[in-house]
Ligand binder design. Structure first.
Ligand code: TEU
Length: 563
């Protein structure tokens, strides 16, 4: 490989913190910055390198911080700017980097800009947002919000509609306006000058709009994110952002890339493009959802999952850079969705962590996945907090739909599955708070918690620490090319990573069944050394493996044929 393409952030592992649910230091039931500081040593011990913190900016919390009121102030519930400075300093001292979650597509309707913007049509800030006159007495087009209802809200005082692709408290910013863009670059500069190590950029693919604001096409299949994403000026805006500010800093920028295809990936993250470092796509995150929407399931199989990994690797290869994740604060728990949280929580969690650590791309560990936290099933819809759940529920009630069925879908599919408090120990609320948490804890904290995991040599945490060490020690797992060696197999995922003379073979049983697995030629006949597996009692096996439920093995392949 081209050595000039090596960077620190390709070699790093990212840990995502959802600050509201991570650790509460002052007993108000809401996680905070001092809480994060108290856990930095723990994070260091895991072997992660970069912490991505979901938004910590001043916000009225209509969408838990993804509705920013002031981009350069800290949310009061989370602490102060001096808490932030202390967190950054301490993290850096321990060799950990921090990236913030910038929300450039929309602000809160309580942001000073929007307050001004809605005052009058000739206000200097009017054009910071997207305002349109009514069409035939109704909204300008048929666009719908991700969180239910029209994407347009009528403002009585100026008699125009404003666009919000998310809630009506999240008006979309108008990136066509050069002053708005400069303000956003100043925000970026403000944080980079403080020393932050980069940004995750929220729905960055949506910032450029089709200025003709067309209705959905006739054959619209419900995938509105594809209609909204990748607007005509997206790459101009990103390049300008890079030239105006990012290029002066050695930072990681990762775009949340809703609605893009593999072919678009390298346009955003190509090393020669001067836009972003990396992106994360939704093809895996939404593999179980139909185009009808977030609460509509579709079946999927292992060959489809493999195909997505293959396609994205092929498109990005060395040219762009992938982000590898199986969950975050917007999706159910990794083990409940891709593994088995009933009978094989430990084994399947370890197997999934193996997948994350051995694909080509920067791995992301979502808080709590290091102990195999699971989905939750609250009894009442009123125990849930997510604005998406609330809006969908309100619509179902209004339309006289099936509320029980919706609650069942929420148990399985909702975002709040990933937002219950971090489970630190077996005490009240999992040791997350001394007060009452903002959202109920998962009752299984008595059994699944960090304290218990650290005390158990066979836990997911200890496996993960080992796995991440092995990733660091084997450059093939970072920079090596990727070859899926058994694409059609419906039960076993096996692939080889190759870097010059180094070859690493990964074999993952995605089922609870015992499988006799013949490693495809020519890899089966190479002598191999086991680097890590999620079962202890490994037999010396040759080219046919007896895989147990959710078994994972990572082998170093020798250049010596044994059979
Ligand atoms: O997510 C984008 C987004 O649309 C997700 O909410 C959603 O999970 C996806 O559409 C699945 O279909 C980002 C943030 O991560 C999310 O938390 C915010 O709510 C959203 O943007 C708005 O800022």
């Amino acid at each position: 490989m081209d050595k000039t393409l090596k960077t620190w952030w390709k070699e790093s592992v990212i840990y995502q913190i959802y600050p509201r649910s991570f650790m509460d230091s002052d007993g108000d039931g809401i996680g905070d910055i001092q809480g994060i500081i108290s856990k930095l040593d723990y994070l260091k011990k895991l072997g992660i390198d970069i912490i991505w913190i979901s938004p910590i900016f001043d916000s009225p919390n209509d969408d838990n911080g993804y509705d920013v009121r002031d981009y350069c102030a800290i949310m009061e519930e989370f602490g102060t700017m001096s808490d932030f400075d202390e967190m950054l300093k301490q993290a850096h001292k321990k060799g950990l980097k921090i990236i913030l979650d910038l929300v450039p597509n929309h602000s809160s309707d309580e942001h000073r800009w929007f307050q001004e913007s809605k005052k009058s049509k000739d206000n200097p800030y009017r054009d910071y947002y997207i305002w349109k006159p009514p069409v035939n007495g109704g909204p300008p087009n048929d666009w719908i919000s991700f969180f239910e209802g029209s994407a347009w809200t009528f403002d009585e005082s100026t008699q125009e509609y404003y666009l919000h692709l998310f809630t009506k408290k999240q008006p979309d910013l108008n990136w066509e306006n050069p002053s708005l863009r400069q303000e956003m670059y100043e925000v970026i500069r403000f944080w980079l000058d403080k020393g932050v190590d980069g940004f995750r950029m929220d729905v960055i693919t949506l910032i450029s709009k089709d200025l003709s604001f067309p209705n959905f096409p006739k054959n619209f299949n419900g995938n509105h994110h594809i209609e909204y994403a990748n607007g005509p000026k997206i790459h101009d805006f990103l390049r300008e952002m890079h030239d105006e500010v990012l290029k002066e800093y050695d930072v990681l920028t990762v775009g949340e890339a809703l609605g893009i295809s593999p072919a678009d990936g390298p346009l955003y993250s190509g090393h020669d493009r001067k836009e972003l470092s990396s992106v994360y796509h939704f093809d895996i995150l939404q593999i179980d959802r139909s185009s009808k929407g977030f609460y509509h399931k579709k079946g999927w199989g292992l060959p489809e999952l493999k195909m997505i990994f293959r396609r994205w690797d092929k498109a990005m290869g060395e040219r762009g850079w992938n982000s590898v994740m199986l969950g975050n604060h917007d999706f159910p728990r990794m083990v409940s969705r891709f593994g088995n949280d009933k009978t094989h929580r430990l084994e399947s969690s370890k197997m999934l962590h193996t997948l994350l650590a051995t694909q080509r791309g920067t791995p992301y560990i979502y808080q709590g996945d290091e102990i195999g936290m699971t989905n939750v099933a609250f009894e009442s819809i009123h125990d849930y907090d997510d604005v998406w759940i609330k809006n969908t529920h309100a619509k179902i009630v209004q339309e006289g739909g099936n509320e029980m069925e919706f609650l069942r879908l929420v148990h399985e599919l909702s975002r709040d599955n990933a937002r219950t408090p971090m489970q630190w120990d077996d005490s009240f609320y999992g040791g997350f708070t001394k007060g009452i948490p903002w959202i109920k804890s998962n009752p299984n904290h008595t059994e699944i918690n960090v304290k218990a995991a650290l005390n158990d040599g066979n836990s997911i945490i200890h496996f993960l620490i080992q796995m991440l060490k092995i990733r660091k020690e084997n450059q093939a797992l970072i920079y090596g090319s990727y070859q899926d060696i058994d694409p059609e197999n419906e039960m076993v995922f096996s692939y080889v990573r190759t870097l010059e003379e180094q070859k690493v073979l990964v074999v993952l049983n995605f089922t609870a069944k015992k499988i006799e697995y013949k490693i495809p030629k020519p890899f089966g006949s190479l002598d191999k050394k086991l680097l890590i597996g999620n079962y202890f009692d490994l037999e010396k096996e040759v080219n046919t493996l007896q895989l147990r439920a959710y078994e994972s093995r990572v082998y170093y392949l020798m250049n010596k044929v044994i059979s």
